[in-house]
Structures are given as structure tokens and as C-alpha cells.
Design a binder for this molecule. Sequence first.
Ligand code: NAP
Ligand code: MN
Length: 281
Amino acid sequence: MIKWQHPLHKGGFIVSDQRRNLFFYYHPSHELDEKLTPLFQLASDNDFNVVNESKEANIIIAIGGDGTFLQAVRKTGFRQDCLYVGIRSHNEAGLYCDFDIDDHDEMIAAMKNAEVEVRRFPVIEATVNGESTYQCLNECSVRSTLIKSIVVDVHIDDLHFETFRGDGLVIATPTGSTAYNKSVNGAVVDPKLPCFQVSELASLNNNRYRTLGSSFILSGERTLKLDVRQDGNDHPVIGMDNEAFSIRNIRDVTIKLSDDVIKTVKMKHNTYWDRVKRTFL
Ligand code: NAP
Ligand code: MN
């Protein structure tokens, strides 16, 4: 357990005197602006500095929903030397958002000396055509952009595992398992497990194309390689969290667990499974 130290307590583990720069990431709106003024005041009353450049921040706070949190992480480059905090702006139960914009008491408790924990979320990295590598916190999906299905040779390490034909595949991180992955019947995975899950989008199954037909979960030590069959009329698009990359001529995508993690702050009793329960049950 790590305590979020007050600056007077020397040797603060997470938030020392030197690491009190906050950057707020949000989509400005009239409603939000009204709620942010007291929040900024709260921060400065507790000896935090609000900075205008994310590069100067030690703590990056996303205000909105899970989509905003994903964007904040992506737009700031999956920083390893930062803590990310999610604050939900509506009465929702964002899986990445531990704090409620209206619950100032909870935020003060976290900023002062209440017990908070740092959670580390696994990230996957996808390398396209052996050239460019992108990180994803939710998932990477490879999908056909046409009504026509795509054909993909699926390799696990050196093994040719299956030949997939269908709309595409979704490769989700544990925290992404509650998002797109869940809507295609994938399992919800505990983020304490360093792994990633592969799920099918409308696979065709016949004597030529045979797939496992269920989602499967790979250890963080494995590498998944997707070879897109080039038939001249294949037009896959790659989705990385909430961004689409319509790279022309996607030949292959290699996916593995990244060495990087996303560090977030959570209140001690607000576990992932508490939030899964609140969101879905
Ligand atoms: P969006 O299309 O605006 O919203 C997708 C919804 O998913 C939002 O309600 C969002 O929550 C929620 N969400 C995002 N990440 C989640 C997570 N890890 N666990 C549970 N719910 C989550 O897109 P977005 O908000 O920018 O999020 C992008 C994500 O949308 C993608 O990463 C993908 O997982 C998901 N997506 C889902 C489907 C599907 O379910 N069929 C299809 C395409 C994409 P907030 O409202 O709190 O932001
Ligand atoms: Mn191959």
C-alpha cells in the first residue's frame, strides 16, 4: 500500500514536492468549465500546480468517460513517468474513472493522505508491416472495411494456428476486455493478469476456413502475428482504442504485450471487480 503523501511529509512516495504538476485533459464545455473552477482551486489549496502542457505534468487527469481517458493516454504518448487519473463527468461508472467530478471529499482525501493505490494496467503493442508500432490500452482490431470478409492467417509464436475468414479480429488488453471485446462475447479479464485476448468478428466456418470459434487468451510471453491474405481486394482497417488507421496495404500485424504499463491511482476499496459490478450488474 502506498500513501499519497502531503508535501510536509518528506519522502512522499507517489507525490513528492517535485511531482505535483497536474495536467487536465478534457473537452471544454460550458457545463464542465463551471465544475472545473472549484476543482482547480482544490488542487492549488492542496499545493498542486495546474500546468498547461502535458509534458510538464507528473499527474495527468482525464475528465469525461472512458473514451476521454483513452484519448488522454494516447495523446500524451503512454507516459511511463506519469500517473493517470480518470474523473467521470457524468453520473456514469467509467471503468477507467475512479473519481466523480462532484465528489470533492473523495478527491481531497486522495490528494491529502488517504490511502490510495497505484494500479498498473497492461498495454499491448501492435506493429504494422514490421514498420510502425502503436500502443493500445483497450484493444487493437483488424476489420474489413468492405462488405467482403478478410482472410487472415493467425500465428501464435511460430505456430500457424488457424486461417480466419470473416469481418475481423479484436485483440484486447485485460482492461479493454470490458469494451469492444465484451460485445463479441469475450471474457472479462482481471487486469492483474499480464495477457491479451483474441476474439472473432463473424467468422465463416466451413471445410476451407476453420477457426477455434471462441475467444482465447494468450500469455504475455506470446506473440500473435496476423497475416492478411493479399487478394487485391482486401481493405482492412486497424482500430487502436478510439483511433482508426486506414493504412493502405496492411500485410501483417504483430501483437504482443508491451513492457510499458499505464499507472493509475485508485481508492483502496474500489477494485476493478467493484467497477465491473457497478457497470454491468
Ligand atoms: P465510443 O464509440 O464513443 O464509445 C464506446 C463506449 O465504450 C463508451 O460508452 C465508452 O465509455 C465505453 N468504453 C470505452 N472503453 C471501455 C472499457 N475499457 N470498458 C468499458 N467500456 C468502455 O468510443 P470511445 O468512448 O472513444 O471508446 C473507444 C472504444 O469503443 C474502443 O476502444 C472499443 O473498445 C469500443 N468499441 C466498442 C464497440 C462495440 O462494443 N461493439 C465497437 C467499436 C468500438 P465512455 O462513455 O465512458 O467513454
Ligand atoms: Mn503466414
